[in-house]
Design a protein around this ligand. Structure first.
Ligand SMILES: Nc1ncnc2c1ncn2[C@@H]1O[C@H](COP(=O)(O)OP(=O)(O)OP(=O)(O)O)[C@@H](O)[C@H]1O
Ligand SMILES: [Mg+2]
Length: 317
């Protein structure tokens, strides 16, 4: 990471090539008002990037308003987003500005936009395109200077193909795609992230742990991290609590990190056959991704159909 990038993004760890390539793009986009779609599995750092797009650019002094799409009930969403005029509906005793209006001069962040209901997607498209809208029950058109950022933890193009997301909104949001790779595909980031989380725990006074013993470091690097950076942060927090001082050893790591395929053979008297290894590895991956077939197939590098065949052959339920 260049000195400039580091200065602009304090606390962000980016040692892998994938992240090196992504960060300058984030900084560049922060300077603009284009809509940005941030995609990545849960826990990969989408919120972090959304904050940077805002605070790292000229709108940083303005408001940052987050709309968590899954948690706002459909019937309330329209007035939450666009506001309403007095008398627009039974309870509307006062006029109220919506989140988009409140974000004027700043950024509105649609978190998990894949969960936005189709009728709202259509309404949102107009605002993203024209930056103007009416409050619910109102006739006055309001112009607003906002930057739109959206995140999705599913592949939105796939959702478009499946008819669950509007194609026109997808294209309007997907100007410069920002895809955060899963942690398992940028393993150079694992230890630097772990070290930085451990340093944070030292600052908080949780622990005086000095670092990770080589065996613990190997286990961290080898694990699949289905919960990505968020899971790593929790694992390090736990390790810090269990390690008052000295190096973090494997005993301070949780079972899911300890039970990796390589450790399954330790202490066995015969060497594993290829079938043993395949079976154990498929089980391990399925376990690590909590049974998510698409993700498991992705990690294993085979199709969902091929995974299904193997599970049937080995009798993996
Ligand atoms: N590159 C990074 N450097 C430092 N911390 C990171 C990095 N990426 C993620 N984190 C931390 O990991 C945690 C999870 O990140 P974040 O909340 O941004 O994930 P997310 O992709 O928005 O997840 P979700 O889809 O579940 O909302 C946060 O505490 C965040 O600060
Ligand atoms: Mg998030």
């Amino acid at each position: 990471m260049s000195v400039a990038t580091r200065a602009a993004m304090p606390g962000v760890v980016a040692s892998s090539r994938a992240m090196h390539e992504l960060l300058p793009l984030v900084l560049r986009l922060a300077e603009t008002r284009s809509p940005v779609l941030v995609e990545g599995e849960s826990g990969t750092g989408k919120d972090l990037v959304a904050h940077w797009l805002h605070y790292g650019g000229p709108r940083g002094e303005g408001p940052f308003i987050k709309v968590h799409c899954p948690s706002i009930p459909g019937e309330l969403l329209e007035s939450e987003l666009f506001g309403h005029e007095r008398g627009a509906f039974t309870d509307a005793r006062h006029a109220k500005a919506g989140k988009i209006e409140m974000a004027a001069g700043g950024t509105v962040y649609f978190d998990q936009i894949q969960d936005l209901a189709p009728p709202m997607q259509a309404k949102l498209l107009r605002v993203v395109e024209e930056r103007r809208f009416e409050r619910v029950g109102g006739t006055r058109t309001i112009d607003v200077d906002v930057r739109f950022v959206a995140s999705s933890n599913v592949d939105l193009a796939e959702a478009v193909r499946g008819g669950r997301f509007r194609e026109d909104l997808y294209h309007r949001l997907n100007v410069v795609p920002l895809r955060l790779p899963p942690l398992r595909n940028r393993r150079e980031d694992i230890l630097p992230l772990a070290e930085s989380f451990l340093a944070r725990e030292r600052e908080r006074g949780t622990s005086e742990a000095s670092g990770f013993a080589p065996e613990a470091a190997e286990l961290l690097k080898g694990y699949l991290w289905p919960g990505n950076v968020r899971e790593l942060r929790s694992v390090v927090e736990r390790a810090a609590i269990l390690t008052a001082r000295g190096e973090v050893t494997p005993t301070a790591l949780p079972p899911q990190v300890l039970e990796q395929p390589a450790t399954l053979w330790a202490g066995r008297d015969r060497r594993p056959t290829l079938k043993d290894v395949e079976l154990a590895y498929i089980r391990y991956v399925l376990d690590a991704v909590q049974g998510n077939q698409t993700r498991a197939a992705g990690v294993l590098g085979i199709s969902r159909k091929a995974l299904w065949e193997k599970r049937r052959r080995y009798g993996i339920s």
